[in-house]
Design a binder for this molecule. Structure first.
Ligand code: 13P
Length: 289
């Protein structure tokens, strides 16, 4: 199997009550960890390229690095641009062959957010790519962008519906109590709001800040219409833990394939855990033919 539109993946998940894991990539080993986990679990998967890694490695090289690891992968894969803050960058991703793009205009006025997200959607939809927009501010710090807890208000259904209709996005990132990064105290997702969104907005919801959210809350959110769960921090922690284990046992281990290889293995197990939690294991078969 090769690449599949983000919209195709998310629609299937949404209609069948599971979520696609959208896992952030940072280097060759993290790409491999995610692809091998998805293959082992026969799960459709999204690989997200975020702003920090783009600033260090470049958007096109990251995309091409994923291409390089696709030769032995049979499950459906979607490459997604995470939290883009410029129209130009979303177009760069479209040209580079991504299957899904997110324009994050949550820092802009409502009208400006709508205007640019709609412009992205018009181009992306003409090419059958999936489009994600964000309405409401998600708390925490990601890629150097910080949102104070007090600014991370729960998105209203009226606002989400208006945004969804005006922009024509395929899936919607909303603020329902998660934050990027690890939590200082246990998050409490706004389930009533999520339920209302499902009834009123009637589109798949994206849960950002998937790291550190208790499993029961993730499962419940999926039953209420979350069809894409973004996970980054927990995977980076797993990767770093693997590397650290090697260096703690042998401080003179300079063969990077050994330490980074262990990082990959530990991260792969974490991705498998998340795939099972999201219920996407075995779903690859649905996309054959
Ligand atoms: P975490 O780092 O909290 O898992 O969030 C990832 C994310 O939402 C990427 O968009």
């Amino acid at each position: 199997m090769s690449y599949v539109s983000g919209n195709t993946l998310i629609q299937h998940a949404w209609q069948h009550g599971y979520a696609i894991g959208a896992f952030s990539v940072h280097n060759a080993e993290t790409i491999r960890a995610i692809l091998l986990a998805a293959e082992e679990e026969q799960a459709p998967v999204m690989l997200q390229i975020g702003q920090k890694v783009i600033s260090v490695m470049g958007l096109k090289p990251m995309k091409e690095m994923i291409d390089a690891f696709m030769h032995d992968i049979t499950v459906p894969v979607c490459i997604h641009l995470d939290h883009s803050r410029s129209f130009e960058q979303t177009m760069e991703a479209v040209q580079a062959g991504f299957q899904s793009v997110m324009f994050d205009g949550s820092h802009l006025s409502f009208d400006e957010n709508v205007r640019i997200t709609r412009a992205v959607a018009d181009v992306a939809h003409a090419l059958n790519l999936g489009v994600e927009g964000e309405i409401g501010k998600i708390g925490g710090t990601e890629d150097d962008i910080s949102v104070d807890e007090k600014d991370a208000l729960i998105t209203s259904c009226a606002e989400a519906l208006k945004f969804s209709e005006l922009t024509t996005v395929d899936y919607l990132a909303v603020s329902i109590g998660t934050a990027h990064g690890m939590y200082k105290q246990e998050p409490k997702l706004a389930f009533e709001r999520l339920q209302e969104m499902r009834e009123i907005v009637k589109k798949p919801i994206v849960l950002h800040g998937g790291s550190g959210v208790p499993d029961e809350q993730i499962r419940r959110a999926i039953t209420l219409g979350v069809a894409k769960v973004n996970v980054d921090t927990e995977l980076r922690q797993a990767f770093t833990q693997g590397v650290s284990e090697v260096l703690a046992a042998s401080p003179d281990e300079y063969v990077l394939a050994v330490s980074l290889g262990r990082g990959r293995d530990v991260m792969q197990q974490k991705v498998i855990e998340k795939i099972r939690l999201f219920g996407s294991q075995g779903q690859a078969a649905a996309f054959v033919g």
